[in-house]
Design a protein around this ligand. Structure first.
Ligand code: GRF
Length: 201
């Protein structure tokens, strides 16, 4: 079983989906070994505690060099013998030293169909605002590996969600979570963990 860390910054509904899937036996190849929050007030930490998963905070200090922050993060990952990372609403840009150390071992969920509405500046409600402003009829979510290009790594899984008349960014965000993100992320985690355990890449 691959020791997996979930990195979070906020509410943690995607973390919850992973924890629920794990409890339901749908992620047999990964153990949720650690939750790392980018700030101490992330509600996701409470979800981790309720599930009996250790949680910790690794916060980038304002004037801290990116590489130094990356080293601190890597130290926590290594101390906990983490094989695989999942970014589930993690808002801090990952330093390159972390990305290099975990090449094709870090998954991210993005709430659009990449390559639409992704990259620098596209996070949270902004993604859905942009989709509505462009008038797309389909949006969705993407799970991809993390590389040095924001939202630019290899795509693992995608799921489309219909835009409905009268949608607001908030309504659309909720539908994308319910119909795509919360299903896609646990399933992608299991797929990747199983592939690695079976000797794939
Ligand atoms: C999700 O929309 C995810 O796609 C994005 O950030 C949001 C996190 O929500 N990367 P939550 O903290 O999992 O509730």
């Amino acid at each position: 079983m691959l020791r997996t860390a979930v990195l979070v910054s906020g509410g943690g509904t995607n973390l919850q989906a992973i924890l629920d899937a794990k409890r339901g036996g749908r992620i047999p190849h990964a153990e949720i070994a650690l939750v790392i929050a980018s700030n101490p007030s992330a509600y996701a930490l409470q979800r981790a505690e309720q599930a009996g998963v250790p949680g910790t905070v690794v916060q980038k200090a304002k004037d801290e060099a990116v590489e130094a922050y990356g080293e601190r993060l890597l130290a926590v990952l290594r101390e906990n013998r983490i094989d695989l990372c999942v970014l589930a609403g993690f808002l801090t840009i990952l330093p390159e030293n972390v990305i290099r150390a975990y090449d094709h071992r870090i998954l991210n969920i993005h709430p659009s169909l990449i390559p639409s509405f992704c990259g620098k500046g596209f996070y949270g409600l902004r993604v859905h605002e942009a989709a509505l402003a462009r008038g797309v009829k389909l949006t969705g979510a993407t799970v991809h590996f993390v590389n040095e290009i924001p939202d630019g790594g290899d795509i693992i899984a995608q799921k489309a969600v219909a835009v409905q008349p009268g949608d607001t960014p908030g309504i659309l965000q909720r539908r994308v979570m319910e119909e795509a993100e919360w299903l896609l992320l646990p399933a992608a985690l299991e797929d990747v963990a199983r592939t690695i355990e079976n000797g794939g890449n």
